[in-house]
Design a protein around this ligand. Structure first.
Ligand SMILES: Cc1cc2nc3c(=O)[nH]c(=O)nc-3n(C[C@H](O)[C@H](O)[C@H](O)COP(=O)(O)OP(=O)(O)OC[C@H]3O[C@@H](n4cnc5c(N)ncnc54)[C@H](O)[C@@H]3O)c2cc1C
Length: 507
């Protein structure tokens, strides 16, 4: 078995290691950057922010996405918020607290230098997004508002109602389109990457399919950046969009890119339970609801009374009982496990006993219906449309579901995979989240990778690896094209009787 490549961790104390190592990274003259082409696959938060920043630096950037618009990337679905140690609330938050929470939240299996870098960059992300016009929620006096997320005892999550991902993506999209208009980014939508092209073991391009014409295309570049999202959809029911199919990282893995921690899948505690066997996707109810919603189950197993008929002393607010410090904001994996155990023990509610209540009753009594509706507006509407119940009248029913993947393509500290020249950003890499992701830190990581880290590290790599331009019909390109053709051909010739969906459904 081959050993892992050097993770290129910075030497010396990790506090401020990123600033130190970034200042030591070699640069490339803006005049030379004009002659270098970079391929960015994916236009979610990680891809759009990386492409916009690299183009701003002067590179020629070609962006591929299988969506019909960059704004359809799955980042648009993120609801609850984005973490930053920006210490506006008076609860004593700091970079070192965010670092410590990230490590603890990841069950101490995260790469410490990466977590430290993430915490350090987090404030700059918020500043960048505010400057772009992202409409974060604000306090009465105009300062940015924050709320708490699972696994944290401070209020450090910045948000735009229940549409944080959408608003952040519009910011990154705007920055990307500015570069398209300036002629520095060529945006190719409806292109599915099928193969990675390598020359002498170095990533030099991709083969993709034009999803409208079916034609196969070759795109070559000096380096390739994959920002193609996570793989929770290996499970049939997850909170990810059906298009989040992980095909690009899988192809890169088949070409030899190492995959790290594939079993690290986050099970999110607050999803709307599945309704029937025909359902193909689950809807998330943001964790932010746990700021005000109390999670409970009937104390006696098999209690089938309506929630309103169950008196207070016959309810088990199990997270508050078991984790008094965190209460309902216990980390996601912990909350999911307890819910599942109690449902298995016969306390679950709803069809098949596969739900727990998330109850806003006390918050409404304390703060008023209007305040709660303003805080969670679109989430409450979404729940009512799907379930038919008004969650301000009757408790929501929620259940754990696959949601986020901490595993992904292995990357070193500069975000390069085990294939030189192939960088991996956002949820697609194995990232900094250890065995469990702290809520609201995926958006932070995607934007840290795209706006701040990759633009510095890709440049450093290119400065030491001057790669000549290769022709689209070079032998490596023709071989990759042939691999794609024969794989598609084999699929068409499959003589089975079951659709692909039938196998996926079993997962
Ligand atoms: C419902 C939901 C709510 C969430 N809420 C939060 C939250 O509140 N806070 C938080 O921090 N995180 C949240 N997350 C997690 C977070 O949204 C994601 O981890 C993050 O947005 C992923 O961004 P990304 O840029 O890495 O990938 P994505 O946004 O998934 O983008 C992937 C891109 O790659 C392209 N692509 C993929 N494969 C190919 C291919 N083969 N060929 C061409 N293009 C390809 C797609 O077209 C797309 O443009 C949530 C996730 C979900 C599912």
């Amino acid at each position: 078995m081959s050993s892992l490549p050097d993770p290129q961790l910075p030497a010396g104390p990790i506090a401020e290691a990123w600033r130190r190592s970034r200042e030591a990274l070699p640069l490339i003259s803006p005049l030379r950057k004009r002659n270098l082409t970079l391929l960015v696959v994916g236009t979610g938060l990680a891809g759009a922010s990386a492409a916009a920043t690299l183009a701003e630096q002067g590179y020629r950037v070609r962006v591929l996405s299988f969506h019909d618009s960059p704004r359809r990337a799955h980042s648009v679905a993120a609801q609850g918020g984005i973490n930053a140690a920006r210490a506006q609330a008076v609860d004593g938050d700091s970079v070192s607290r965010l670092f410590a929470d990230t490590l603890r939240g990841g069950d101490f299996r995260a790469r410490e230098a990466g977590c430290q870098r993430l915490a350090e960059i987090s404030s700059a992300i918020i500043d960048q997004c505010v400057a772009q016009g992202v409409p974060f929620a604000r306090e009465y006096g105009g300062t940015l508002a924050t709320r708490s997320f699972g696994g944290a005892l401070v209020s450090r999550t910045f948000y735009a109602r229940g549409q944080t991902g959408q608003q952040l993506l519009y910011g990154a999209y705007q920055a990307l389109m500015r570069q398209v208009a300036a002629g520095r980014v060529e945006l190719l939508c409806r292109r599915e990457v099928l193969e990675l092209i390598t020359v002498d073991g170095v990533a030099r391009g991709v083969v993709c399919r034009d999803l409208l014409s079916g034609a196969l295309e070759v795109h070559t570049a000096q380096a390739v950046l994959l920002a193609t999202g996570g793989y929770s959809n290996v499970y049939f029911l997850s909170t990810n969009a059906l298009k989040s199919n992980a095909s690009a990282i899988w192809q890169a893995h088949r070409q030899g890119a190492l995959f790290a921690n594939p079993c690290f899948t986050q099970i999110h505690p607050t999803c709307i339970p599945s309704g029937d066997a025909y359902q193909c996707k689950l809807t998330l109810m943001s964790e932010s609801l746990r700021n005000d919603g109390r999670i409970w189950l009937p104390a006696s197993a098999g209690d089938e009374r309506a929630p309103a008929a169950i008196p207070e002393d016959e309810r088990d607010y199990f997270l508050e009982r078991l984790y008094p410090a965190y209460g309902n904001m216990a980390p996601r994996d912990v909350a999911s496990r307890r819910a599942r155990e109690l449902c298995n023990a016969g306390h679950g509610v709803g069809p098949g006993g596969r739900s727990v209540y998330l109850d806003l009753r006390d918050a409404i009594a304390r703060e008023g219906r209007q305040v709660i509706e303003a805080r969670y507006g679109n989430l409450l509407e979404m729940y009512e449309r799907i379930s038919g119940d008004d969650p301000t009248d009757t408790p929501m029913r929620i259940y754990p579901a696959p949601h986020y993947t901490m595993g992904g393509l292995w990357v070193d500290y500069p975000l390069m995979s085990s294939i030189p020249g192939l960088f991996v950003l956002g949820e697609a890499n194995f990232s900094e989240h250890g065995a469990n992701r702290l809520g609201a830190s995926a958006l932070m990581q995607g934007l840290a990778d795209g706006y701040f880290i990759a633009p510095a590290t890709v440049t450093a790599w290119l400065s030491g690896h001057p790669t000549p331009t290769i022709a689209d019909d070079a032998p490596a390109c023709r071989e990759a094209l042939e691999r794609a053709r024969s794989r598609i051909g084999a699929l068409f010739q499959g003589g089975g009787t079951l659709p692909v969906d039938a196998f996926h459904r079993q997962l």
